[in-house]
Write a protein that binds this ligand. Structure first.
Ligand code: ACO
Length: 162
């Protein structure tokens, strides 16, 4: 019964690219990245993908080309009300599909060393640890970020060959 409800709900979620001139869902983007300055920095050269439920934005993924044939998921967020229902995983599948169609050779995603659940999700999806950007969060953000009782210090970059 529970599984059936979740499956039906996911079927009702529509994924599409944000159209030019349409409102950017900053409330969601700031869940994944609390620095508006950093978010605006990468939005200017990124594609934004939305998950919509009854035309309401419930999730977002931001994709940027960072090198020849290499894209990075700069931001991934799901509205807290809708988390834990498979939308984040589907958004990841969507942007991986976009990167494949654009014939990219790899896709990467960076997250904090404190983001235990996110690290689980990305590895479950097939991403593997590529590099550590030491003290990224400690240096780039004015206020310290805590998750799971530990401070976010380093960025772990995970990558998937396509
Ligand atoms: N803690 C624990 N487990 C998690 C978490 C978490 N934060 N996020 C995902 N998972 C697990 C789920 O339990 C689930 O496991 P299962 O399939 O074995 O049951 C699996 O990952 C898939 O979960 P979904 O339901 O698809 O994930 P969701 O829709 O909740 O989206 C996301 C995941 C985007 C991380 C969401 O929790 C969120 O918006 N968090 C706040 C913002 C954030 O941290 N974004 C990522 C930062 S990194 C970046 O933006 C590049």
């Amino acid at each position: 019964m529970g599984y059936e409800c979740i499956r039906i709900m996911i079927d009702d979620v529509v994924f599409k690219q944000l159209e030019p001139g349409k409102a950017v869902p900053y409330d969601l983007l700031l869940l994944a990245d609390p620095s508006r300055e950093l978010v605006e920095g990468y939005l200017s050269h990124s594609e934004v993908y939305l998950a919509l439920m009854d035309e309401v934005v419930v999730g977002v993924a931001v994709l940027a080309q960072i090198d020849e044939g290499v894209v990075e998921i700069k931001n991934l967020a799901v509205d807290p009300v809708w988390q834990g229902k498979g939308i984040g995983q589907r958004l990841l599948q969507e942007v991986i599909g976009v990167a494949r169609r654009e014939l990219c050779k790899s896709i990467c995603i960076g997250t904090a060393d404190s983001s235990i659940g996110q690290l689980y999700l990305y590895q479950k999806m097939g991403f593997e640890l590529l590099e550590i950007r030491h003290n990224f969060f400690a240096n780039q953000y004015t206020d310290p970020i805590f998750e799971n009782g530990i401070q976010a210090k380093h960025m772990l970059v995970l990558s998937m060959q396509l």
